[in-house]
Design a protein around this ligand. Structure first.
Ligand code: DQA
Length: 147
């Protein structure tokens, strides 16, 4: 199984950005753990981060040709605004898990709505950065290989 982990805007600042909310692990720590979790579950993991909505849309498009079987996406603030990212995920018909480090439902009300949740296989939030390992493992163990 090939998992693609996508991180959206500001997640390149992990480790220094509001550590009381997002923790002290850096993005490269998180990506390294994702790769190890995938390998431990017999899969492999590619990672991508961008602060640009269109770049995220295009990475999702390329996922099909890359043979990606499942996507774990933390779209950051675009979760709450982006019809384009929703449409890209639906357009490639690759199953995905929506992930948030923080419990978005315990925060400001504008974080309570997501353009992704109703189309996601699962939504994970509030587990801190450990959520990434869980999601990657879950994709490797339960998602089907695409033809
Ligand atoms: C986030 C939650 C979003 O509301 C926020 O804009 C982020 C990070 C999280 O991982 O908890 O950038 O997706």
């Amino acid at each position: 199984i090939h998992v693609l982990v996508i991180n959206g805007p500001n997640l390149n600042l992990l480790g220094t950005r509001e550590p009381q909310t997002y923790g002290y692990d850096t993005l490269s720590d998180v990506e390294e753990k994702c790769k190890r979790a995938a390998e431990a579950a017999g899969g492999r993991c590619s990672t991508f981060q961008s602060n640009y909505e269109g770049a995220i849309v295009e990475r999702i498009h390329h996922a099909k040709a890359d043979g990606v079987d499942g996507i774990v996406i933390n779209a950051g603030a675009y979760t709450h605004t982006s019809v384009a990212i929703r449409d890209a995920l639906l357009g490639v018909t690759i199953p995905f898990i929506e992930l948030h480090i923080s419990n978005v439902h315990a925060r400001e009300s504008f974080r309570h709505h997501s353009y992704l949740s109703d189309k996601a296989v699962a939504v994970v939030c509030g587990l801190g950065v450990s959520g990434y390992d869980y999601c990657v493992t879950h994709v490797c163990k339960t998602f089907k290989k695409r033809e």
